[in-house]
Ligand binder design. Structure first.
Ligand SMILES: [Zn+2]
Length: 216
C-alpha cells in the first residue's frame, strides 16, 4: 500500500471570506474568481464530495478527468494536481491535502448506477445527479443535462486493482481532513455532498462537509 502524502495549509478558518456547511445530500454552486482558494473539509470522515467544475466564461469547457489524468500521468488526485478543462485549460490546482487520495474515475452516483451497482429497487433513491441537476436549474443559467460531465469524488477511495478493475473501498479520510485548491481562472464549482446510502465508502452514513473560501 502506498503511503499517502499529506500537505497542510497555512490558512486559518478565521480569515476565510465564506464558510458554509453543506449537509449530506445537499448541493452547493459557487463562482470562484482567479486567485481565490477553496477548501472542502470532510467534517466527520469518509464522506464523498462529488464535484464538477466549469470555466465560468464558457461553461461548455468543463472539467475533464481525461485531460487531468493524461497530463499528470497519474489517476489519483492530490497536492500538485492541476485540474484541467476539456480544452486542456488549467482550472484549479490542489495546493493542500490532508487526506491524500481523491478519485476522478468512479463517476458520480445516479439512479441508473444505483440499479446496476446495488439493486433495481434502489432506482428511486436520492443520488448526486439529482443534486447536480437541481443546483444547475436553480442557477438560472443555461445549463442542462449535457453539462453533467465527468467529476471528482473528493475523499473517495476507488483503487484500481492489479487486473485493471475499479474497487469501491473503505475511505482513507478521517474527521477534519481537507483538500484545498487555488482557482487559476474564473471557475464555477458545483458540489453534491453525496447522499448515497448503499456504498461502503462512507460506511452507509452520509455526513456534512464544510466549504471555505479565501481571497489569496
Ligand atoms: Zn453520490
Amino acid at each position: 500500500m502506498n503511503v499517502l502524502t499529506q500537505i497542510e495549509s497555512p490558512r486559518v478558518a478565521e480569515t476565510a471570506i465564506c464558510s458554509q456547511a453543506v449537509l449530506a445530500g445537499d448541493g452547493w454552486m459557487h463562482e470562484l474568481l482567479p486567485g481565490q482558494v477553496l477548501r472542502i473539509v470532510d467534517l466527520e470522515g469518509n464522506q464523498a464530495a462529488d464535484t464538477l467544475f466549469f470555466y465560468t466564461l464558457n461553461s461548455e469547457d468543463h472539467y475533464s478527468a481525461v485531460a487531468t489524468i493524461t497530463t499528470q500521468g497519474n489517476i489519483y488526485l492530490t497536492t500538485g494536481s492541476v485540474l484541467r478543462a476539456e480544452s486542456g485549460k488549467p482550472l484549479l490546482k490542489i495546493i493542500a491535502d490532508t487526506c491524500g487520495r481523491h478519485d476522478t474515475v468512479g463517476g458520480s452516483c445516479s439512479a441508473q448506477s444505483n440499479t446496476v451497482r446495488y439493486a433495481h429497487e434502489k432506482l428511486h433513491m436520492h443520488n448526486c445527479r439529482d443534486t447536480f441537476m437541481l443546483q444547475l436549474a436553480k442557477s438560472g443559467k443555461n445549463f442542462s443535462k449535457r453539462d453533467l460531465a465527468p467529476n471528482i469524488n473528493f475523499f473517495m477511495n476507488v483503487p484500481v486493482t492489479a487486473e485493471g478493475g475499479l474497487k469501491f473501498d473503505d475511505g482513507l479520510s478521517a474527521p477534519g481532513r481537507y483538500v484545498e485548491m487555488l482557482s487559476l481562472t474564473h471557475t464555477t464549482v458545483l458540489l453534491s455532498n453525496c447522499p448515497q446510502l448503499n456504498n461502503p465508502c462512507n460506511a452507509y452514513n452520509p455526513t456534512p462537509v464544510q466549504v471555505l473560501i479565501w481571497n489569496k
